[in-house]
Ligand binder design. Structure first.
Ligand code: NAI
Length: 219
C-alpha cells in the first residue's frame, strides 16, 4: 500500500459514513488526519488511532466561508503544511420536484457546492505555495445519471463534477491535482432512511447487485 507519512489531510464531513472511512484509510497510510465536521465525533479519532494513525476532530461548518478560511489557515499554520483536502461533507434532501422548496435548494447547494468551493479555495492557497497538493471531491453517480426524487441533490453533484474539472484545469500547472469520485449507493446514515422500493430500484441498476460499503469508496 502507498504511504502518506508526514502528509496532512483535512477531511470534511469526517465524523461518520464515507468521511470517517476515508479518515481511517488515509490515517492508516500515515497521513495526519483533521476530521472537520459540523458535528465532530471522537469515534473517528479512535478508529484512526486504532488503525495506527494520528487524528484530531474539529468543528467546521463548510457553508461559512470566513470560518472555513480561518480554520484551514489555523490547521496549515499549526501543522506546518496541508497536502490533502477531501471535500466529503454533503447533505441529501430527497423530494420530488413539485415538493422542493427554495430553502431545500439553498441548503443543498450551500453545503454540497459552496462548501466544496470554500474549502478548495482556502486549501489550494497553501497548496500552490508548496507546489503540491491533492483535492478529492465527493460527487455521485446521480450527478451523471439523475435519479427520481433527487433533483436538488443530483444538480448539486453535477455541479461538483463541473467545479472539479475547472479546478483541475486551473491548478494542474501548480502541481495541485483535483479529482472527483462518484460513488453509487453506499450504506451510510445518508441512505438509511430511503424507502425500500427506492433502494430496490437503485440496486437493480447496480451491476454488483448490492449496496456499497464506505470502506470501498475510501479505498
Ligand atoms: P452522511 O450523511 O453519513 O455523512 C455526511 C457528513 O457530513 C456528516 O458527518 C455530517 O455531519 C457532515 N456535514 C453535513 N453538513 C455539513 C456542513 N455544513 N459542514 C460540515 N460537515 C457537514 O453521508 P455519507 O453517505 O457518508 O456521504 C458522504 C459524501 O459522499 C457526501 O458528499 C455524499 O453526497 C456523497 N455520496 C454518498 C453516497 C451514498 O450512497 N451514501 C453516494 C454518492 C456520494
Amino acid at each position: 500500500m502507498f504511504r502518506l507519512d508526514e502528509k496532512v489531510a483535512i477531511v470534511t464531513g469526517g465524523a461518520r459514513g464515507i468521511g470517517r472511512a476515508i479518515c481511517t484509510e488515509l490515517g492508516a497510510a500515515g497521513a495526519y488526519i483533521v476530521a472537520a465536521d459540523i458535528e465532530p465525533s471522537d469515534e473517528t479519532v479512535k478508529l484512526v488511532t486504532e488503525a495506527g494513525g494520528k487524528a484530531e476532530s474539529l468543528k467546521l461548518n463548510v457553508t461559512d466561508q470566513a470560518t472555513v478560511d480561518e480554520t484551514v489557515r489555523a490547521v496549515a499554520k499549526r501543522l506546518g503544511r496541508l497536502d490533502i483536502l477531501i471535500n466529503n461533507a454533503g447533505i441529501a434532501i430527497d423530494r420530488l420536484l413539485i415538493r422542493i422548496s427554495e430553502e431545500d435548494l439553498q441548503r443543498t447547494f450551500a453545503v454540497n457546492v459552496n462548501g466544496a468551493i470554500f474549502c478548495a479555495k482556502a486549501a489550494i492557497r497553501f497548496m500552490m505555495r508548496a507546489d503540491a497538493g491533492r483535492v478529492v471531491n465527493l460527487a455521485s453517480v446521480v450527478g451523471e445519471m439523475g435519479n427520481p426524487g433527487q433533483t436538488a441533490y443530483s444538480a448539486s453533484k453535477a455541479a461538483v463534477i463541473g467545479l472539479t474539472k475547472t479546478l483541475a484545469r486551473e491548478y494542474a500547472s501548480r502541481n495541485v491535482t483535483v479529482n472527483a469520485v462518484a460513488p453509487g449507493f453506499i450504506d451510510t446514515e445518508m441512505t438509511a432512511g430511503l424507502p425500500d422500493e427506492i433502494k430496490e430500484m437503485i440496486l437493480q441498476q447496480t451491476p454488483l447487485g448490492r449496496i456499497g460499503k464506505p470502506e470501498e469508496v475510501a479505498a
